[in-house]
Design a protein around this ligand. Structure first.
Ligand code: PAF
Length: 282
């Protein structure tokens, strides 16, 4: 596996592969890799000749009071995992490589409408930071395909909308969430949970599953389901941020007859904010 710390180095590797007509898949990450990330790498490897992964803790997507400085940085261990799992190039730039003039006056990509609801309402600027850095990566790597996990479903929608609105010639592949045996969605932030919080954390998915069951059995009062979901989260020891049923492809509130829905939730356990979702096909 090649490791590139600069845009020029990475482009050198990619140009060599492109000149042989090889297809490139790209998987962006912030590192601290777990089995969910590795699954994204293997999905990428099935669909292209070369897999490029990035590890970059992107300051633009963190709020002032968030965990940018404490976010786990485990580059050596991550590099070994990527090399063992078929990744051909790792791009691990310093902040100044991607934001050479700093962030305050940096050009941004704002995906209107999807960026300021749900997680975006609690984390102002977060999705602008995500869209901006992913757009930079897309311009640097110019992949045929890019792979994203479905746990961050709002992020996935933001990226899909950006690709569509900016006419980027990139296929976005989404991959279902990988879960721990007790159902908790894998996340780099799970490592923040204390032992008692870790025991409680799978309730988030269980409460989503219960709402999913109600809908499959015919419940269509989504407002009531959302209120019940919030209350169940509180009873389980969470401080819920939101619990909501939306249309899967645009996050608008469901209209009668809509069949492609998703239930989304975000909730705090102490200092840790967990998100999860479950798709509904009726
Ligand atoms: O999902 C993540 O890890 C990040 O938001 C991403 C897509 C790598 C952008 O920094």
């Amino acid at each position: 596996m090649r490791t590139a710390r600069t845009i020029a180095e990475l482009r050198g590797h990619i140009n060599t592969w492109r000149s042989k007509g090889e297809r490139i898949a790209f998987v962006p990450t912030m590192g601290n890799l777990h089995a969910g990330h590795i699954h994204l790498m293997s999905q990428a490897a099935h669909r292209a000749d070369r897999v490029v992964a990035s590890i970059f803790v992107n300051p633009m997507q963190f709020g002032a009071n968030e965990d940018f400085t404490t976010y786990p940085r485990t580059l050596s261990a991550d590099s070994i995992k990527l090399a063992e799992n078929g990744v051909h190039a790792l791009f691990a730039p310093e902040v100044a490589e991607l934001y050479p003039r700093g962030m305050v006056h940096a050009t941004r990509i704002e995906v209107i409408g999807l960026s300021d609801i749900l997680c975006g309402a609690s984390r102002p600027g977060h999705f602008t930071g995500v869209a901006t850095v992913v757009n930079k990566f897309f311009n640097i790597v110019q992949p045929d395909i890019a792979v994203f996990g479905e746990k961050d479903y709002q992020q996935l929608l933001v990226i899909r909308r950006m690709v569509s609105d900016l006419c980027l010639p990139i296929t976005i592949l989404s991959v279902p969430t990988v879960r721990e045996p007790d159902g908790l969605a894998m996340s780099s932030r799970n490592g923040y949970l204390a032992a008692d919080q870790r025991l409680c954390a799978p309730r988030l998915y269980q409460i989503l599953c219960a709402a999913h069951e109600h809908i499959l059995k015919g419940e269509r009062n989504y407002t009531l389901l959302a209120e019940q979901g919030m209350q169940l989260l509180r009873n389980a020891g969470f401080v819920p941020d939101y619990f909501t049923v939306r249309r899967k492809d645009d996050f608008l509130p469901p209209e009668p007859g809509d069949s492609q829905l998703i239930i989304l939730a975000a909730a705090w356990l102490g200092e840790t904010r967990l998100i999860d979702n479950i798709k509904i096909e009726m």
